[in-house]
Write a protein that binds this ligand. Structure first.
Ligand SMILES: Cc1ncc(C[n+]2csc(CCOP(=O)(O)OP(=O)(O)O)c2C)c(N)n1
Length: 343
């Protein structure tokens, strides 16, 4: 039997007016720390990837850091994230597990997935990243299942599905938004719109202009945002979470992917997009923008300290990952099924 929330309907929230409540300095610094970590970890990947020791495809997050940091910080320990293959920033923002992250990229036993998952399957359920899937759209219905269970068990967890504008080309997306709305499931959809599925623009894939309008017609509370201000995204998510007991929320967030679809380089010479668009977004780079804000607040020495700590941790994690051991082939199937015994 389906179960529907009995909460009284709250008046629609004007998401344009985000919470006016000022953020604490601690929160501003956390938001910056998470973005700086994601950016510098990926710059390190760029440096090292050419050595061909990381045997995993890389779908880089650069440009997306404000979404990952804003959403994950607002969720905190309540997070139950179902993510995609483009998940470096989401994983690092949720867990700040630099060691497990790099060891996983190097395919080592000490990696967050025991070296079996690589870049596209980063996960740490204990820290709220339930799984990341390389199969576009497949994480979305899993978030619905989790939301259903969370409501049933009243465990205060919040199920979140991250996905790109390519995932809405999949039938499972439409089935999921229909069911989540019908059952008023407390699930947060984070639609990360970079305008492309690999190289194909949304205009060649979608018969509608604005997904937010379409999703609204399914009865959704929709938040639209275009930009890279991590504090604004954090505030939007924080105010949205208060509305989840009314049913699912769809965050439509625009961002710009800085690098090629898969790989660690720029691809503006490929001809499918215009570098001017990149430059427009890059002028408002999320990491730089937040750093500038903190500098204006007189926090230079704290920023420098925080940055140095992260850079040291990244260097240490990479050196460690290089010398760590590869997984034992005998453990190949261990962990595939829940009760499987180690062979
Ligand atoms: C079910 C499925 N179909 C096709 C693919 C091939 N594929 C890999 S990435 C991708 C584009 C997805 O674009 P989007 O969801 O916008 O994510 P982005 O890469 O922009 O983050 C496609 C079609 C796949 N991995 N899974």
């Amino acid at each position: 039997m389906r179960s529907v929330s009995k909460n009284k309907k709250k008046p629609a929230l004007d998401f344009k007016k985000t919470e006016s409540k000022k953020l604490s300095l601690a929160t501003k610094l956390i938001l910056y720390r998470k973005m700086f970590l994601s950016r510098k970890a990926e710059e390190k990947i760029q440096e090292e990837y050419k050595n061909d020791e990381m045997k995993t495809p890389m779908h880089m997050s650069m440009g997306e850091e404000a979404i990952a940091a804003g959403v994950c910080t607002a969720l905190g320990q309540r997070a139950q994230i179902f993510s995609t293959y483009r998940t470096h920033a989401v994983y690092l923002s949720s867990t700040e597990d630099i060691k497990g992250f790099f060891a996983e990229l190097y395919g080592k036993d000490s990696g967050s997935g025991g070296g079996k998952g690589g870049s596209m399957h980063l996960a740490d359920p204990d820290k709220g990243v339930m799984f990341s899937s390389a199969v576009v759209g497949t994480n979305i219905p899993s978030a619905l299942g989790a939301a259903f269970a969370n409501r049933h068990f009243k465990n205060k967890k919040i199920a979140v599905a991250f996905f790109g504008d390519g995932a809405v080309d999949e039938g499972v997306f439409w089935e999921s938004i229909n069911m989540a709305s019908l059952w008023k499931l407390p699930v947060l959809f984070v639609y990360e719109d970079n305008g492309f599925a690999i190289h194909t623009p949304a205009s060649l894939r979608h018969s509608y202009k604005n997904i937010a309008q379409v999703v609204k017609s399914f009865g959704y509370q929709v938040v639209e945002y275009s930009g890279a201000d991590v504090e604004e995204i954090f505030q939007l998510v924080r105010s949205s979470l208060k509305r989840l007991d009314n049913g699912p929320i769809f965050l439509a967030l625009k961002y710009y992917r800085y690098l090629e679809h898969v790989g660690t380089e720029e691809d503006f010479s490929a001809g499918y997009r215009d570098k001017n668009e990149f430059l427009k977004w890059h002028r408002k780079d999320p990491v730089k923008m937040q750093r500038d804000k903190l500098v204006k607040l007189g926090l230079v020495s704290r920023i420098l300290k925080l940055e140095q700590e992260i850079l040291d941790k990244i260097n240490k994690a990479v050196s460690q990952a290089k010398t760590d051991t590869l997984p034992n082939p005998k453990r190949l199937y261990f962990g595939v099924y829940e009760n499987e015994k180690e062979k």
